[in-house]
Design a protein around this ligand. Structure first.
Ligand code: ACM
Length: 527
C-alpha cells in the first residue's frame, strides 16, 4: 500500500518536473529583479543567497508534497489554506486535475540537509519551482512560515493574465539555535477563551514558536476540568482577578487546543502551580489547605499566601488524580508543576513536596518542569528548571544536570510595561521597552550557565492586568516577535537596527491579523 503511494507520488512528480522543464506552451515571464536577502523575515534565517529573480505565485501554481503519512501533506494543506484566506487564491495540493500547471511548490522529506536538527529546512526558490526540503514535518512547517513571510501583500497584475504574488528567488538554509521556543499565557489570573488562545497560538506559529505553556491554575482560578475533583472548576473556576466570572476549559476543549497547536507543530505544556498559588484549589477542597487560615475566594493580585498541606496523604492522592487526568490528554513530554513563590510553605515542606510531586509526574510518563525555586529540592537530572529570577538556582540546577528554560523576568516577561505610560502591565521586575526586549542574549545572560544547559527561551505573559486578546496583544506584540528571533537565530546574526526594519515589515501581517500591537516610538512604523 505504502509502496504504491510512494511510487505513484514519484511518478506524478517526475511528470510535473518533465512538464516544467519542457514547458510546451509556457509563457516566458519577465520577472523584475528582487533581493531575497533584504526580505523582512523574522526570525532571521541562518543563511540566505539571492538569485535576484522571482517566483510568481498564482492560480497556475500547485503544491505538491510527499505523501507517506509523514505529516508533509498536512503541511501543504496548511500552506494552501493560509494562501486561500489571505490572498483568496486557491492552490491545489497533490491534485493537478483542474489546473494548467506552470509553477510548483514541492515540500519534500530528505535526510540530506546540512543540519540534522528536526526543525531544519532548506528552501530553493527558482522562477518556476520552489523546493522545500526538511528532515521532518515540523521542519517543513517552519519552512512554510518563511515562505508565507516572503509572499507580498500586493499582487503584480501586469506580468501575466492572472495576478501574481512575487516571491524573491534564491536559497535559504535554516535551523533553530534552540530546540525550545516558547510563550506562556496565564489563563488563571484572567480567563481567556479557546478562541482567544487559538488566535495567540496561530500568531506564535507564524514566528516559529514550538511551545505554548499554559499557566492553568493559581490563587484566583482553576481553569482545567478534572473529572475526579469536579469542584475545582465548579467553584475554583468561577473567579478571576477583579471579581469577573472566570471560566475553565473542559477536557474536550483542552484537547481541541492541543490539536490546534499540534497542527502548527506547537506543543502545549500544562502547568498546575503548587504548592503555593493554590488558593482556588484549596477554596474548592479545603482539605488541601496548608496555611491554617480560613479560606475565601481570592480576586486580588498578591502572591505567596497560599499553600497545600505538604504532609497530608490526601494532597498526594489529589495530585495523582490531577496529573493523571491532565497527562492523559496532554501529548507534550513535559508537565509543569510551578513551584514558584511558595512563601507560605516551610522550606523543608517545600522540598518534601517537590520531590514527591516529581515522582507523580514521572509515574504518569512526563518530564517535570518547575520554576527556578525547585532547584532547592533533590530532583532527577531529567527534570527541567525554568529560570525567572534566581541565577544561583539556575546554576545549581545545571550542575545537577537539569536543562534550563530561560525566562528572566527583567528581559523576557511580556507583562512588564514598556515604560511608565504603558496602558497595561506591571513593572516590579523592570520596564522592558522593545529594544531592551531584543538586545540581550539568552546564551550569556546567566554567568556560568553554558549553552549546553539551555533548552531554550520562553516569554511568559502573566495576566493580572489583561483580560482579553486586545490587551494581551498590546503587551505581547511586538516583543514576542523579537523573542522568536532570540530563540531561533544565533546572536552573531542579530542586530537591532536590522531587526527594526524587518519588524516594520510585519505591520501588514499584524494589521491583517488585527493584532493590537504597541506602536513604540523606537521603531519608525511608516515605511
Ligand atoms: C513567577 O513569576 N512567579 C514565576
Amino acid at each position: 500500500m505504502r509502496k504504491s503511494i510512494v511510487l505513484k507520488s514519484a511518478m506524478l512528480l517526475v511528470g510535473l518536473v518533465f512538464f516544467l522543464s519542457c514547458g510546451t506552451d509556457k509563457k516566458k515571464i519577465d520577472y523584475p529583479k528582487t533581493d531575497l536577502t533584504t526580505s523582512a523575515l523574522i526570525p532571521k534565517p541562518l543563511k540566505m543567497i539571492a538569485t535576484n529573480s522571482a517566483f510568481g505565485l498564482d492560480s497556475k501554481t500547485v503544491i505538491y508534497t510527499d505523501q507517506n503519512n509523514n505529516g508533509f501533506q498536512e503541511v501543504g494543506d496548511f500552506l494552501a489554506n493560509k494562501i486561500k484566506t489571505r490572498l483568496n487564491l486557491e492552490i491545489p495540493v497533490n491534485n493537478t486535475a483542474d489546473v494548467s500547471v506552470e509553477r510548483i511548490i514541492y515540500i519534500h522529506q530528505t535526510d540530506t540537509l546540512e543540519s540534522d536538527a528536526p526543525e531544519a529546512y532548506q528552501l530553493y526558490i527558482k522562477s518556476d519551482s520552489i523546493l522545500l526540503n526538511a528532515n521532518t514535518a515540523a521542519g517543513a512547517f517552519r519552512g512554510i512560515q518563511t515562505l508565507r513571510q516572503l509572499i507580498p501583500e500586493q499582487s503584480n497584475d501586469t506580468l501575466s493574465e492572472q495576478p501574481m504574488w512575487l516571491i524573491p528567488t534564491g536559497k535559504i538554509d535554516d535551523a533553530p539555535n534552540f530546540e525550545y521556543r516558547g510563550a506562556m499565557l496565564d489563563v488563571a489570573r484572567h480567563f481567556f477563551t479557546v478562541e482567544e488562545v487559538k488566535k495567540y497560538i496561530d500568531i506564535l506559529a507564524y514566528y516559529k514558536y514550538n511551545a505554548f505553556h499554559m499557566h492553568l491554575t493559581d490563587d484566583q482560578g482553576w481553569r482545567i476540568e478534572i473529572k475526579s475533583w469536579p469542584k475545582l472548576t465548579e467553584i475554583g473556576g468561577q473567579t478571576e482577578v477583579g471579581g469577573g466570572a472566570g471560566g475553565f476549559y473542559t477536557q474536550e476543549e483542552f484537547k481541541d487546543l492541543v490539536a490546534y497547536a499540534a497542527q502548527r507543530h506547537i506543543q502545549i505544556i500544562p502547568e498546575v502551580d503548587m504548592p503555593g498559588h493554590t488558593n482556588a484549589a484549596s477554596f474548592s477542597y479545603p482539605i488541601l489547605n496548608g496555611n491554617g487560615k480560613t479560606l475565601e475566594a481570592y480576586t486580588g493580585t498578591h502572591v505567596g499566601f497560599s499553600t497545600f498541606d505538604s504532609r497530608k496523604d490526601t494532597v498526594y492522592s489529589f495530585l495523582d488524580d490531577v496529573i493523571r487526568e491532565i497527562a492523559a490528554i496532554s501529548p507534550s513530554p513535559y508537565f509543569h508543576i510551578g513551584g514558584d513563590e511558595s512563601h507560605a510553605t516551610k522550606k523543608s515542606d517545600y522540598i518534601h513536596f517537590v520531590e514527591k510531586v516529581e515522582k507523580l509526574v514521572q509515574k504518569h510518563g512526563k518530564i517535570m518542569v518547575g520554576w527556578n525555586e525547585i532547584a532547592q529540592a533533590k530532583i532527577s537530572p531529567s527534570s527541567v528548571n525554568q529560570f525567572w529570577n534566581e541565577p544561583h538556582n539556575a546554576i545549581k540546577a545545571a550542575e545537577n544536570g537539569n536543562k534550563i528554560i530561560m525566562s528572566p523576568a527583567k528581559k523576557a516577561y511580556l507583562d512588564m510595561q514598556y515604560d511608565s505610560l504603558s496602558k497595561h502591565g506591571l513593572h516590579w521586575a523592570a520596564y522592558i521597552p522593545v529594544d531592551d526586549a531584543y538586545n540581550w542574549d539568552p546564551e550569556s545572560y546567566v554567568e556560568g550557565l553554558s549553552k549546553a544547559s539551555i533548552l531554550g527561551l520562553e516569554a511568559p505573559l502573566w495576566s493580572e492586568t489583561i483580560s482579553n486578546s486586545f490587551e494581551l496583544e498590546y503587551l505581547a506584540f511586538p516583543r514576542a516577535i523579537g523573542y522568536a528571533e532570540l530563540a531561533w537565530t544565533p546572536a552573531e546574526l542579530r542586530d537591532w537596527n536590522d531587526y527594526k526594519k524587518r519588524l516594520v515589515g510585519q505591520v501588514a501581517y499584524m494589521n491583517y491579523m488585527d493584532i493590537n500591537f504597541y506602536r513604540t516610538t523606537l521603531v519608525n512604523w511608516e515605511k
